[in-house]
Design a protein. Structure first.
Lengths: 306, 360
């Protein structure tokens, strides 16, 4: 065992990489839940995004096209959730589970011929002056572009929810859909847009795992990240910046336990590997006392009877 | 313009018909999927649904129906009670694993002693393992209001790591030449969950599944607790006024479903699977969610749905070896079934009408 081998700068830098898929998926789900919809299919949308992004970037050689395809893939799968919950008015919990079960199978089917292939690399941005600052440079300014997209998206969602009319309407729909309907807002339409946005974000998060973080394709490779993202939204009390903080916290735990595994700490590998899930549960327990910030109409089906 | 009109009462006829409609729709769209994969859709569907029952080797596949169906029914019965009351245990896969670990562990503790009491002890240990694992989300929900969906699911990943850990360490076969996995319980008579009638596929797990179906039926239709479960699901406010204790209900529903999932895992590990190994779990805990919904959360429905789902597993394996259909295609097929079921359920609760043009 040699803890000295763990380089703190690299650790923090890889923490940001590990956190990005979580952040992307959680920000998408946050918007969905703010609109009053609980989509438990994040894991399914992520894995479909992971394979569609992987397949397209291998076929075209362009990681950028891959990421666009992953967002489309995630959104298309979320369209099934739209059909079930907004058109057929089905139970949201059951529909979300269906999405995950279907997505896991469907991605495995699509991914058969992509096992063991290396995807084209996206390459890191190297910002000239600030990227060369010791310690801070490698941690903050030498990453792939999508990582910065994730942070920008967090800022955009925060600003939109807080300062714009669209954000206000979205929150109104999530707090009280009957009142929003009475005011003339198209509840279903707004929710559909939110669900599609959530699907696209989850897809991006999935592709980040298969194209940058790992990078390769294996069946079921998201391994619960989608579920942790769901927990993260609760952790964040539906606030974007807290989701960012939470994602870095969970990313940190993941990276730390991987580093400890590599360093050969006396704790068995299996116990280290289960730690992110156990910590998620602990965090949920600590934070579940306060439910006041949850959107009031979360998970409730809306049907305009007149 | 088409509008949906809420029915005053859910339609009885449609509630029976939707699972059948969903199965037919899945066959059609599944066939399309198989055609896209370059297989003959009629042949593929025929292989999945006909071959195991009436094909040339049906004598071999029919017992498999019981072997695969029993754990699905056992788990789905437990899940359905909670689902009815709006208590979502989706971590049955983890409880199934813990049941297997506890059950096999209890049996192996006695090795090589042969005694009649070993198997009953294993049954109790398996049930206890599943119960214990389900009590974690139950306790956290009752005490802290933590979301049981997320906690029970996170515990699946924890249980999978536990499984890897015990197959490589605690329960590893000391005479296994270093290979991961426990001793084979099939060759340890006192711990072996053998077929009760040779060649029938009937083992103790099948018997327990049938008992669970009857138990759930009686509970839901003839017992106050069953009435409270139904009341909480259908009219939560009325349940509150009727004095239903939600904490008791959560502990009961999660505990019972964990116990049944644990039993399923224990019967599987001591019978068909034979040993604790890293890849012991094959997703029964998740498929059972589909079974519970397909069976309309009704015990008899679940029994039928369980065997239909077992059929797709076995038929899928046949289609895999005979037609080269990918294993994942069957997973998609099963997922599709849940989709169509949820979608067609609209017809149970709503009427579809052409809207009359109203004069403003």
């Amino acid at each position: 065992m040699d803890l000295g081998e763990i380089n703190p700068v690299l650790l923090v830098a890889s923490l940001m990489v590990a956190a990005t898929p979580l952040l992307l998926a959680a920000i998408g789900e946050l918007v969905v839940e703010k609109a009053g919809v609980l989509n438990l299919g994040v894991e399914g949308m992520m894995i479909v995004g992971a394979i569609s992004g992987f397949a397209i970037s291998v076929e075209t050689g362009s990681p950028w096209l891959g990421f666009i395809a992953s967002a489309i893939g995630g959104a298309v799968l979320s369209l099934l959730f739209v059909l079930l919950t907004q058109v057929a008015l089905a139970n949201q919990v059951a529909s979300g589970l269906a999405l995950t079960l279907f997505g896991l199978g469907f991605s495995a089917l699509l991914g058969q011929s992509y096992v063991g292939i290396k995807p084209p690399s996206m390459g890191d941005i190297h910002i000239p002056v600030i990227g060369d600052i010791p310690v801070i440079g490698p941690i903050l300014f030498q990453h792939d572009p999508i990582l910065y997209v994730g942070i920008a998206l967090t800022a955009a969602v925060w600003a939109t929810l807080k300062y714009t009319r669209v954000g206000l309407i979205l929150r109104a729909v999530g707090e009280n859909h009957d009142a929003a309907h009475a005011l003339g807002y198209k509840v279903i339409k707004i929710r559909i847009m939110a669900i599609l946005f959530g699907g696209a974000c989850a897809g991006l998060g999935g592709a980040y795992i298969s194209l940058i973080r790992v990078p390769q394709w294996t069946e079921g490779m998201t391994a619960g990240v989608g579920w942790i993202a769901l927990a993260l939204v609760v952790f964040a009390s539906w606030k974007p910046w807290r989701a960012l903080l939470g994602a870095y916290l969970f990313g940190g735990i993941t990276v730390l336990q991987l580093n400890l595994q590599a360093a050969g700490v006396a704790i068995p590998v299996e116990y280290l590997a289960m730690s992110p899930y156990i910590i998620t549960i602990l965090v949920l327990v600590i934070l579940s006392a306060d439910k006041s910030s949850a959107p009031a109409a979360l998970g409730r089906t809306f049907h305009a009877s007149h | 313009m088409i509008v949906l009109e809420k029915r005053p009462q859910p339609s009885k006829a449609w509630s029976y018909a939707t699972p059948l409609v969903a199965v037919v729709a899945t066959m059609v769209f599944g066939g399309l999927l198989f055609a896209l994969l370059g297989k003959n859709p009629v042949e593929a569907i025929g292989t999945i649904f006909w071959e195991p029952l009436f094909g040339e080797f049906a004598f071999y596949y029919r017992p498999q129906l019981l072997v695969k169906g029993a754990p699905l029914v056992l788990i789905a019965i437990g899940l359905s009670l909670g689902f009815r009351a709006g208590i979502w245990n989706i971590g049955a896969e983890g409880q199934y694993i813990m049941g297997a670990i506890f059950g096999a562990g209890a049996g192996l503790a006695f090795y090589p002693l042969e005694a009649f009491y070993i198997f009953p002890i294993m049954v109790i240990a398996g049930a206890f393992g599943g119960w214990l694992w389900a009590m974690i989300p139950a306790f956290l929900k009752v005490r802290f209001g933590t979301n049981e969906i997320l906690v029970s699911l996170m515990l699946v990943y924890v249980a999978e790591q536990m499984l890897a850990s015990v197959s490589l360490g605690l329960l590893k076969n000391p005479e296994g030449f270093g290979f991961p996995g426990s001793r084979n319980l099939q060759s340890y008579d006192s711990a072996h969950n053998a077929e009760l009638i040779a060649g029938s596929g009937m083992h103790w797990g099948v018997v327990t599944a049938l008992i669970a179906v009857i138990f759930a039926y009686v509970l839901l239709n003839r017992h106050m607790l069953g009435f409270h479960i139904r009341l909480t699901g259908e009219a939560p406010r009325a349940a509150k006024f009727a004095g239903v204790n939600p904490a008791r209900l959560i502990l009961f529903c999660l505990g019972l479903s964990g116990m049944l999932a644990g039993l399923a895992g224990m019967f599987e590990v001591s019978g068909p699977a034979g040993q604790v190994s890293i890849d012991f779990n094959v997703g029964y805990g998740f498929t059972a969610i589909i079974v519970a919904f397909l069976g309309r959360l009704h015990p008899v429905g679940i029994l039928l749905a369980g065997f239909l789902m077992a059929l797709t597993y076995i038929g899928g394996e046949i289609a895999q070896s005979q037609l080269g259909l990918p294993a994942a295609a069957i997973q998609v097929f099963q997922g599709m079934l849940l989709f169509f079921l949820l979608a067609f359920d609209l017809l149970t609760n709503f009427r579809i009408r052409a809207a009359r043009s109203e004069v403003a």
